[in-house]
Design a protein around this ligand. Sequence first.
Ligand code: GDP
Length: 471
Amino acid sequence: SAAIAVKTGDVIAKLMAQGVMATANQTISTEVAQLVSMDFGTELSVERKHSAQELIEKQFEEREKKNVTRRPPVVTMLGHVDHGKTSLLDKIRSTSVASGEAGGITQHIGASQIVWNGKKITFLDTPGHEAFTAMRARGANMTDIVVLVVAADDGLMPQTIEAIHHAKAADVEIIVALNKIDLPGTDVNKVYGQLAEHGLTPAEWSGDTEVVKTSAISGEGIEDLIEHLDIIAELKDYQADNKIPATGWVIESKMSHGQGPVATLLVKEGQLKKGDVVLAGNGYGRVRTLKDSYGKNIKVATPSYAVEVSGLSEVPTAGDRFFCLEDINQAKNAAEQNLELEREKTLSQRSQVTLDNLFTQIEAGNIKELNLILKADVQGSVDVLIKYLSELSTDEVKINILHAAVGGITEGDVVLAEASEAIIIGFNVVADEKTRSIAESKGVDIRLYSIIYRITEDLKDAMVGMLEPEY
Ligand code: GDP
């Protein structure tokens, strides 16, 4: 109110009228402050200060990298429930232990590293593609390769198709494990056809997708699968500096009785050692213990290593970036500021694209592509919608259909929409209560229709800023 020379009471009244319940000494977001100032006919120019974390991120990005070398690939298994993700991972671990030097029983730390023929591969245990995409929504693109697990007897199921779309949206390498190949009477060609239909034409059919037939029970194809992962890693030549102070992501975290906050960190670049000062989300501290996925104490972790560390002040959140810093006070300040910013952020929602603000966002140059997620009652409607909506693309805005499927709107759809700034369109389907409330809290726009031309009309109107407001 001082900046725009308006009485505090008037500012509060204006805020309340717009649904922001503020008091005189409460912090409001920059965006809200600017909007309110505009209502009073003043433009509030705000120089946005960078947070300590942002400055650190920038510093880390601009570092000189002198010791760039090959790093192991980071792999995630995705697929429909019960198609064998967990069993395959177990088999891969035991196979590699038998032939490698690591040995021992794996601890659950959210990731594990195997050694096979002297080469390392890191596997992340994401419990599903929702988690995979939720991490991506937070800017954590951890995975290099996705192994899409498809049970040969079941073929492509709804979650398999969702997983394909999530992996494609993340722009990672996809390799298919055609699992349960030991079961009698499986129709491989049928599954190949389904894969081809979803843009994953098998190499055996002259496509680009490697399909490895596996059995987590007999062990058939396991070595072949690992070998294929290794070939992709060779081709893509994943690299990172392994000498500079480490940075990476938090994969998992918990409060442990004996050790206090414990976090699994995936190193993206650099090295992480015992005693290093670490900043991770709201937590900071000196690394007290450093353990690999076999529970073995190690001295140093290098790129693509997943390690469990203790010594942090607070439990960070999965998906947080972590940084190795020189100065513990810098880490402390940044961690405290992160906590503060997190509180503010939950108060002012981030702005997702919605049909109502679409035109403003186009005008502002914020979006050039409109991402859509389509859900409909029958395949026929899905096909028609894809056709009609794709035709709406203009020179200014390209319509991009990220995911189109039969069925109700799920939490997975909302997570994907949030990560990809998409709008969800439902035709003759609904979203259950929980999904709706998640969408609301994330600011994801769900639009439900029962007449196709209304969808095309609304989209056309929204793209030119003519949409009637929805009350
Ligand atoms: P996830 O939900 O994808 O992690 O699937 P799981 O690994 O839990 O496996 C689901 C079920 O399928 C379990 O009963 C496994 O024993 C079984 N299973 C997994 N892989 C195979 C396989 O290759 N062959 C056979 N016959 N069964 C398998």
